[in-house]
Design a protein around this ligand. Structure first.
Ligand SMILES: Nc1ncnc2c1ncn2[C@@H]1O[C@H](COP(=O)(O)OP(=O)(O)O)[C@@H](O)[C@H]1O
Ligand SMILES: [Mg+2]
Length: 443
């Protein structure tokens, strides 16, 4: 079985409603584990055991999650209007909305993201339920919070906390933004902590779809894992792996998983290695526009990772040398380990977290500061934030045009010395938390 150049999600035959036959999965069974009382999803072969949603309402999920009606979610997203559009994957479109205690007693006023199942899409009830069951129970600062869900007739929706800066993919690959080195490390560390938490559960959870579009960022660039539609309970007891159908995303999925369907937490570690490479090189996991031998990032970059002299040539050129050389070396070595052909020699995510914590403390980055025309940075701060919220193509296009007129820009005003150009490690230290991104025109 091969893996396609997109997320693969098999939809099983259905039994609930004729209108949504291909979406409903009669073979999902919900059960409570004696070991840790976390509810798990099981595929069972008996088609006479349909999922009963009352199973959910009697469980600890019900105390964690709000159940919304379709009309309520329609109302809070202005009928899923394009103005509130945030993004879209295989499940369906995601729109911004706002909830408060008028919606549900006790519900804190907050912006939310509402994900709507596309009836013509390639995912269905199974993915929706998987997200409800995992995210409804797993709580961690680096996992996106599920506020609630809607399951009404054929409608399947998920309501999450709103993540102001959207997904990492947009920040890393949008032509006109540049994530600073320290921000990249902060994001890698946050995402690593999320994965380490999942793998460290009493019954480990395999995330299975680790990639930049599933890593969301809050206003301070804290990373949170989202999209648990492919998550799976890991092996238990003496089992070495879980056997599954092969699902995931081309370029991120570990080779042994693609070959055998054997799933372990080390498959996630491989995908993490690919994302580390994306952060280091600024290249996509797969890119059909590149020459054939450069199209698969992991295959192309691996030979460079161990050679300090070659490393410079693959590090994101857009950083223009503004990164820690020692940090880049350690990131490359870590990525190399994560991408090891043998799953056993890949590090545990808890170890990856420790290494990234050390890398985050390195302070050897040179800092080249090119001063903007005075008076600009302040005015542009607001515009940058608005644009970073990914509010839709029209707005992005306008922002892009405006930026083409400008030059180098910083998010925060920085004291300007006599000359416009600085190479100053001290400055870097002083403003490390503030200098989040530089936008460079025309890249
Ligand atoms: N909580 C959220 N806050 C802000 N944007 C979000 C949120 N959830 C999803 N998005 C946007 O929608 C996109 C698709 O969401 P995702 O959950 O990955 O859907 P799918 O399951 O279809 O892949 C994300 O990449 C992101 O841009
Ligand atoms: Mg996704």
């Amino acid at each position: 079985m091969g893996i396609k150049n997109k997320t693969l999600r098999w939809i099983l035959p259905s039994c609930l409603k004729p209108s949504i036959t291909h979406k409903m999965d009669s073979r999902i069974h919900v059960t409570i584990h004696s070991s840790n009382s976390r509810i798990s999803l099981f595929d069972i072969s008996d088609p006479a055991s349909p999922l009963c949603l009352s199973d959910l309402s009697n469980s600890k999920l019900s105390s964690n999650l709000h159940v919304f009606t379709h009309s309520e979610l329609k109302l809070i997203t202005s009928d899923f209007s394009s103005v509130n559009f945030l993004g879209e994957g295989g499940f369906g479109p995601v729109h911004k909305g706002f909830v408060d205690d008028k919606c549900r007693p006790g519900l804190a006023p907050q912006p939310v993201a509402v994900k709507l199942l596309d009836p013509d899409g390639d995912q269905g009830h199974r993915e929706w339920l998987t997200e409800v069951v995992f995210l409804g129970q797993l709580k961690h600062p680096h996992l996106v919070k599920l506020v609630g869900y809607c399951c009404e007739d054929e409608h399947r929706l998920l309501v999450y906390e709103y993540m102001a800066r959207g997904n990492l993919e947009n920040h890393l690959f949008r032509r006109y933004t540049l994530l600073a080195w320290e921000t990249r490390i902060k994001i890698a560390l946050g995402a690593a902590r999320g994965l380490a938490f999942l793998h460290g559960e009493e019954k480990p959870v395999i995330y299975r779809d680790f990639k930049t579009s599933n890593i969301l960022l809050d206003s301070d660039y804290n990373a949170k894992l989202s999209d648990f539609g492919l998550a799976k309970d890991g092996p238990e007891g003496d089992e070495t792996h879980v056997s599954t159908r092969i699902m995931g995303t081309h370029g991120y999925a570990a080779p042994e998983y693609v070959m055998t369907g054997h799933l372990t937490t080390k498959n996630d570690v491989y995908s993490f290695g690919v994302v580390l490479l994306e952060l280091l090189t600024g290249r996509r996991a797969t890119d059909k526009k590149r020459p054939p031998r450069e199209q698969n990032l992991a295959d192309w970059a691996k030979p460079y990772l161990k050679d300090h002299h070659k490393l410079d040539s693959i590090t994101d050129q857009r950083l223009e040398g503004q990164y820690s050389c020692e940090g880049a070396r350690r990131v490359a070595a870590l990525a190399h380990q994560c991408l090891s052909h043998s799953p056993k020699t890949r590090p545990a995510m808890s170890h990856v977290v420790k290494i990234l914590e050390l890398i985050a403390q390195l302070r050897d980055a040179p800092f080249v500061y090119i001063a903007p025309a005075q008076g600009r940075a302040d005015n542009e701060h607001k515009e940058d934030e608005e644009e970073d919220e990914d509010k839709g193509k029209a707005k992005k296009e306008t922002g892009r045009k405006q930026r083409r007129k400008g030059g180098y820009r910083h998010k925060h005003p920085i004291p300007i010395r006599a000359h416009g150009v600085y190479t100053d490690t001290h400055l870097y230290r002083a403003f490390k938390n503030e200098i989040i991104g530089v936008r460079i025109e025309g890249r």
